[in-house]
Design a protein around this ligand. Sequence first.
Ligand SMILES: [Zn+2]
Length: 262
Amino acid sequence: MNRQEAMRKVGLSNKGRKPWNKGLTKEDDSRIRGVGNRKGCISWCKGLTKETDSRLMHSESAKNRIGVASKERWTNEEYIMKMACRKTNAGFTHTEETKRILRLAAINEWKDLELRKKRGQISRKLWEDPEYRDNIVSKVMKANGVKPNKLEIRLADALNNEFPGYLKFVGDGSFLVGGSSPDFINVEKKQIIEVFGCYWHCCRKHFPNIKDRDSIIRKQHRKDQRRVNKFKKLGYSVLIIWEHEIIDDLQSVIKRIEQWLN
Ligand SMILES: [Zn+2]
């Protein structure tokens, strides 16, 4: 869509609507006062040159200045965190070509150890912010339709930051192996990560007094073993992560996963 077409569309959609400032005076509305306040400030088109087709373009020197300033901003941790929390892409989806480029970029980033470390640090800091956490939680839930538990979401976020694009959460049933839905998978490398909740799967740490005669627990353990064996039979290596491991020390879990992946 070119600029003229865009302007025409905006004009059409605004037709018949009451202008936002109709009947307001400077005293009534801070937005009008705001216009006055901006008098004498640097114009939005400063540093632009006018071309024959009347479109405004950045001059070469302006482009350079913007590039340098932008690079500088992205070395500022606070700025990166701010940008990461913004919902700038609401309502937009990537084209297939963009997705392909992003996937490639993610693979390259994963190979960069320093960057991974830095992203990991930022991710850990971000995760302490409940607003960010809720945002991720709802995003993952929305994307999956099925409700993944908080544990899976937490690990999904950490995996995404440490190994971008490498392991995919398919616990929503979007990818089945032998009829079962694993939690995280890399199909090409045949690697599966399973997340077991302490209560549901009866971990040995929190339920140390499990007697083998306890039939319900025995049944669950047998069920889990069958599930893991099925994945293994189909050529997958399986890593089980327990809930208490994620809660106690996510960093060691990530380290373990890293060792297991290599
Ligand atoms: Zn446990």
